[in-house]
Design a protein around this ligand. Structure first.
Ligand SMILES: Cc1cc2nc3c(=O)[nH]c(=O)nc-3n(C[C@H](O)[C@H](O)[C@H](O)COP(=O)(O)OP(=O)(O)OC[C@H]3O[C@@H](n4cnc5c(N)ncnc54)[C@H](O)[C@@H]3O)c2cc1C
Length: 385
């Protein structure tokens, strides 16, 4: 079964919800760089953001395939899931590695949307992709951790009640392995902001609510440590596969959006007395985008199926994310070209989606790092770093 046919009822319900949020809604937000509160509320009310939470905690207990169908349809409709997709999967860190008390305390609220856990703080200016070099440090002081340091590109921090934070609890130099000595804390943003945590928004080419965070002796209760101290890097890594697969499905949705729009426009637009789409120079790039999107979509399905089966799927998740982000970027460029001048006009939504889909070749992991993983871990080539 191809992904387009999976979960038809969910897809249909998502499409109907998204129809209430047309291009004009996103254009207005984009102009002011404001958060799509009404859209996120509608998704929350419909239960789409809690599909991965088990039923015992108030979610619908579906697998990753259902979540990919939801995000793909959001993006195919011209909407954007970036404002809230992390509400779906960030809770996985609590679900997989949290204590029974932490799960009972947080998961029901996350499931009904009264608690938003959609910020995760990993990236730092001085470390970049080399996460083992993060320097934000949590020092134990009685029944608290005291956190100091800095994070960058932390999305949705201003729209989240809780944040999963990766920090060092032992300096890198004092660890046997560089990936040891990092821990995950659940930070209550409602208490933290203004009491040791400063959030500074970063304006970017897309409307993504991303921020810079400054920690200055922020006190976090020790009971908010997730899992064991020093093992945080492994916990974060285990959540990254879900994130990559879900973001890949957004790229598939974006690619479908561009292909739908380009096909429709190429049939309608007449130049030199005929539809531009009757020229192979216009048709072939649209067809090529469709071929690339279809291949990437099958890779996303494969990665999601392996994830659901509990199999090791790091390579598949990474490859699916890379293929899907390249397919969406090719489709975006093709769509602008097909629209000629109108590809640049705000009211067509093409230029907005073009800016939005570019992100996914850099975040949550850049293409070179995926290629390096495949080269060394799959093909056995020598390590370059
Ligand atoms: C809008 C946005 C939202 C984000 N949201 C979050 C978030 O919510 N939480 C969070 O923790 N992070 C977030 N990020 C951070 C994101 O995950 C990183 O930007 C991304 O992983 C790339 O890291 P970097 O920017 O530090 O690039 P760098 O690591 O500085 O790399 C720069 C470039 O060099 C390349 N490069 C680096 N090393 C090598 C090498 N050895 N070989 C070949 N090429 C190499 C990279 O591929 C990249 O193209 C976000 C980023 C953006 C832009």
């Amino acid at each position: 079964m191809t992904q387009a046919e999976s979960f038809p009822e969910i897809r249909d319900a998502v499409r109907r919800l998204c129809a209430d949020f047309p291009g004009s809604y996103w254009q207005a937000l984009d102009r002011e760089r404001t958060y799509p509160t009404e859209f996120v509320q509608a998704l929350t009310r419909a239960g789409f953001l809690s599909v991965l939470i088990p039923e015992e905690f108030g979610g619908s207990g579906l697998g990753l395939g259902a979540a990919t169908a939801i995000l793909e349809e959001i993006h195919r409709s011209g909407c954007n899931g970036g404002a809230c997709h992390a509400q779906m999967y960030t809770m996985g860190t609590v679900l997989k590695h949290g204590s029974p008390e932490q799960k009972a305390k947080y998961l029901p609220g996350i499931a009904d949307g009264s608690l938003r856990l959609q910020a995760f703080g990993v990236t730092e200016p001085g470390a970049g992709t080399d996460t083992t070099r993060i320097r934000t440090f949590a020092r134990r002081d009685g029944d608290h951790y005291v956190v100091s340091g800095q994070k960058i590109w932390i999305s949705r921090a201003e729209h989240s009640d809780l944040m999963v934070l990766l920090c060092r609890t032992t300096a890198r130099e004092d660890c046997a392995k560089s990936s040891d000595g990092m821990s995950v804390l659940l930070v209550d943003m409602r208490e933290a902001v203004g009491n040791g945590l400063t959030v500074r928004p970063i304006r970017t080419i897309l409307n993504h609510a991303t921020t810079e965070l400054f920690f200055d002796d922020l006190r976090v209760p020790a009971e908010n440590l997730i899992g064991e101290e020093g093992k945080g890097f492994r916990y974060i890594l285990s959540g990254m596969n879900a994130e990559r697969i879900l973001i890949a499905s957004e790229c598939i949705g974006d690619a479908r959006f561009f292909i739908d729009r380009a096909s429709a426009y190429a049939k309608d637009r007449n130049v030199f007395g005929r539809a531009i789409g009757s020229n192979q120079g216009v048709q072939f790039p649209i067809a090529r985008a469709y071929v690339q999107m279809t291949g990437a979509s099958l890779m996303v399905d494969d990665a999601a199926a392996k994830f659901e089966a509990g199999l090791d799927c790091g390579t598949e998740a990474n490859m699916a994310k890379m293929a899907a982000s390249e397919a969406s970027w090719y489709a975006a460029d093709m769509c602008v070209q097909t629209h000629g001048g109108f590809g640049f006009a705000e009211e067509y939504d093409i230029e907005r989606k073009f800016r939005e889909t570019r992100l996914y070749q850099v975040a949550p992991i850049s293409t070179n790092l995926i290629l390096s993983h495949v080269a060394t871990h799959v093909l056995g080539l020598p390590k370059s770093f």
